[in-house]
Design a protein around this ligand. Structure first.
Ligand SMILES: Cc1cc2nc3c(=O)[nH]c(=O)nc-3n(C[C@H](O)[C@H](O)[C@H](O)COP(=O)(O)OP(=O)(O)OC[C@H]3O[C@@H](n4cnc5c(N)ncnc54)[C@H](O)[C@@H]3O)c2cc1C
Length: 378
């Protein structure tokens, strides 16, 4: 131990510093203290400057202001009514999923028991985005997203059951169906009286949706499309009464006089005839969601059941995807600030991958996507 003035310095035995070194250190400290006291008026001057508006959370804490925008990245996009609806639905959903639904039992049974399904019907879980006048709850994408978080946290298999029904099964009817199609199908689907499925995938057509082999030909009297083909891995395939089916149809190009095969989407009821399905696939998880092959054997579809308006518009599913992705693209390249930086500056592959590995970040990104989609489509 060495003592210099009021300073005690502890050094290991045999490593005592030269007195001159310590003297230098002390004197340089004294000099910097003197410089600091000279800077004081300058600092005070700076402090008296008018504060520049900043959204920085930390900077504002030093000004005695809480500026939450960049720390809580969820924008307040719901109006008072929508917020109130959600505040009422969230605890109801948490009760049904936390107390009534039993994910382990569902997994063991390979299906969702009728008692749970009935509670879900009463909650309105089968028609969350269907307008109220057609028997649904009329939620926005933002509200719907919040509710699906509750489902996903509790039981992903059940999430696929109700998600395949409304997020894809009848989503086409909801988004691009004619007023008559909406009137005819949405009330019984929204109530959960009937279930819906989305039938696109085939053994040779997955990501490449345009290469489906299922086909539909117009009957000689022009009143029906006759559907033939097989679909695989269809969620709710064994329990659905209503299917959105994608099939190739001949389409005449009046300008050139040539006929080409284009994908058309149809609303197909099991009751039309010729609709059968295979046994539920034996999956490693999400077992209570029914996944099955679905076959169409000369199934007659009334011509008014072409989804939307035109034959050959079946690529609307990819157009809808583009519609969903466009706001996300704008979001990334726009002025929105998430994770305290503009996303465009963060969009290098490594940063994006890091964000996608973080559940909180994914939640924030999805939240932004949903609210953007709401604002673009309202
Ligand atoms: C549990 C479950 C439920 C399902 N439910 C439904 C349903 O309800 N309705 C329905 O229609 N389908 C359903 N599917 C099918 C699902 O949508 C398809 O699996 C999906 O479309 C991918 O098709 P695929 O499996 O043929 O893979 P492929 O298209 O063969 O792709 C295999 C891999 O190659 C990659 N890939 C493909 N093309 C390219 C490319 N051009 N460039 C780079 N990479 C590429 C893909 O990203 C993927 O990683 C379900 C599947 C499962 C497992």
């Amino acid at each position: 131990m060495h003592k210099f003035g009021r300073m005690l310095v502890l050094v290991p035995k045999g490593q005592a510093p030269e007195v001159s070194v310590l003297h230098n250190q002390i004197s340089s400290r004294l000099q910097s203290t003197q410089a600091a006291s000279q800077e004081k008026p300058k600092k005070e001057k700076n402090m008296s400057k008018k504060a520049v508006h900043s959204k920085s959370f930390v900077q504002n804490v030093f000004r005695g202001i809480i500026e939450p925008e960049q720390v809580f990245p969820y924008p307040n996009v719901l109006d008072a009514d929508q917020r109130e609806t959600l505040e009422m639905l969230v605890p109801m959903g948490e009760r049904v999923f936390g107390e009534v639904n039993d994910p382990l039992l569902n997994d063991k049974l390979g299906e969702v028991p009728e008692e749970t399904t009935q509670q879900l019907r009463e909650l309105g879980a089968f028609g969350m985005q269907v307008p109220e006048e057609l028997g649904g709850v009329g939620l926005t994408n933002t509200q719907y997203g919040r509710m699906t978080e509750i489902v996903g946290m509790n039981d992903l298999g059940l999430g696929i059951f109700i998600g395949a029904h409304q997020s894809i099964g009848f989503k086409g009817i909801l988004l691009v169906g004619t007023p008559e199609q909406k009137e005819q199908y949405l009330p019984e689907l929204a109530s959960g009286e009937k279930f819906a499925a989305f039938a696109l995938t085939e053994p040779g057509a997955g990501s490449d949706a345009g290469s489906v082999k299922t086909n539909a030909k117009l009957s000689s009297d022009g009143k029906h499309w006759i559907l033939n083909g097989a679909k695989i891995w269809i969620s709710n395939g064994g329990i659905a009464e209503v299917f959105t089916v994608f099939a190739k149809t001949p389409v005449l190009d009046e300008a050139t006089g040539t006929t080409t095969e284009k994908v058309t989407a149809f609303i197909v009821e099991r009751s039309f005839g010729g609709v059968t399905n295979g046994p539920p696939e034996n999956k490693m998880g999400i077992k209570c969601s029914n996944t099955a092959e679905v076959y169409f054997d000369n199934t007659p579809i009334p011509v008014e059941n072409v989804l939307g308006v035109r034959v050959g518009d079946g690529d609307l599913c990819t157009e809808l995807l583009a519609l969903v992705l466009a706001p996300q693209h704008d979001h990334v390249h726009g002025e929105d600030v998430v994770f305290l930086v503009r996303l465009e500056e963060e969009s290098g592959p490594v940063h994006i991958t890091e964000h996608l590995a973080d559940p909180f970040d994914v939640r924030v990104l999805l939240f932004f996507l949903r609210q953007r989609f709401d604002s673009e489509t309202s």
